[in-house]
Design a protein around this ligand. Structure first.
Ligand code: ADP
Ligand code: ZN
Length: 273
């Protein structure tokens, strides 16, 4: 969950490059210091270049969509882990900014707590900044974006997407999941007090941190988030469907079963957890 805490960080002094470009299955990645003699100039030039630069034929670019509590973050992390994709969660980026009292955090705090959507201009600039970091040599999976038709248009102007994963969950299940969700304040790991409760109540199994409730996981804020999902985000799925690359997966089974299904649909190798 490192990405949750510092979503802007490129691993210190290093960049990941491909050794082999084919087959598409992830192969060994090598970490090369930016100062390396042979590659240094090229890498430095790439890093300074315009947006977007990091695109190659064999990288995977996915969007994951789904209603609140459908498990986008969990599935995106599982997909990213062994395929070496960068997981970009717009919600995590904003939460990190709120937690760290940045200028962006101050701009979004109230809006988020109320369950409302952050303005498109700010969201687009955050996504653009994140994607220009060029740390996604094998590709990325983006979660929480695009959320309305304007964001979708902005995104599709710049990127060819390989697939959109839609996690399908009935509204009745959403409330049960979201209102029982808890997050570790330190590492960001999430828990569900019904299906996946911590060993010691109120304490993270991974790091011992305190478990907290997200400020927007309340009845009132959830109602607004669900309304916006149906009104504003469903039309995005319609746009993607017209391009025929939406893979809809049932979000009710266990995370492992869902991951298996996602990979089958996308023609990816099985999960190595
Ligand atoms: P959820 O999908 O459960 O609502 P997220 O963690 O994806 O949770 O997002 C949390 C909040 O962050 C949203 O309610 C909204 O305020 C803000 N946010 C995240 N992504 C976007 C986006 N693409 N456009 C506008 N606001 C966003
Ligand atoms: Zn923790």
């Amino acid at each position: 969950m490192q990405g949750h805490l510092s979503p802007f960080t490129i691993p210190a002094g290093a960049i990941t490059i491909h050794i082999a470009r084919r087959p598409r299955a992830p192969t060994a990645a090598m970490r090369v210091p930016l100062a390396a003699d042979v590659t240094g100039d090229v890498l430095r030039r790439d890093l300074a270049g315009p947006f977007p630069l990091c695109q190659a034929d064999d990288m995977r670019k996915y969007v994951i969509m789904g209603i609140q509590g459908s498990g986008k973050g969990t599935q995106a992390k599982m997909l990213a882990a062994d395929l070496d994709l960068v997981h970009i969660s717009v919600g995590d980026i904003f939460r990190w900014n709120v937690q760290n009292h940045t200028k962006i955090g101050a701009q979004v705090r109230r809006v988020m707590a109320a369950g409302e959507l952050v303005g498109d201009d700010l969201v687009e600039s955050v996504v653009r900044d994140r994607l220009t970091q060029h740390d996604w040599n094998f590709g990325f999976i983006i979660d929480g974006f695009p959320r309305d038709t304007r964001q979708a248009e902005f995104f599709l102007e710049s990127y060819d997407i390989d697939g959109v994963i839609e996690l399908d969950l009935p509204d009745s299940e959403v409330r049960r999941r979201v209102l029982n969700r808890r997050l570790c304040a330190d590492c960001g790991m999430d828990y569900n007090l019904i299906a996946n409760s911590p060993k010691v109540p109120g304490q993270c199994d991974m790091c011992g941190g305190e478990l907290i409730t997200r400020e927007d996981d309340t009845e009132g804020a959830l109602a607004i988030r669900l309304r916006d999902y149906h009104n504003q985000t469903n039309p995005v799925l319609a746009i993607f469907r017209r391009k025929e690359y939406v893979y809809t997966v049932d979000a009710r089974p266990s995370p492992e079963v869902i991951q298996l299904q996602i990979r089958e649909r996308l023609g990816l190798p099985p999960y190595k957890g």
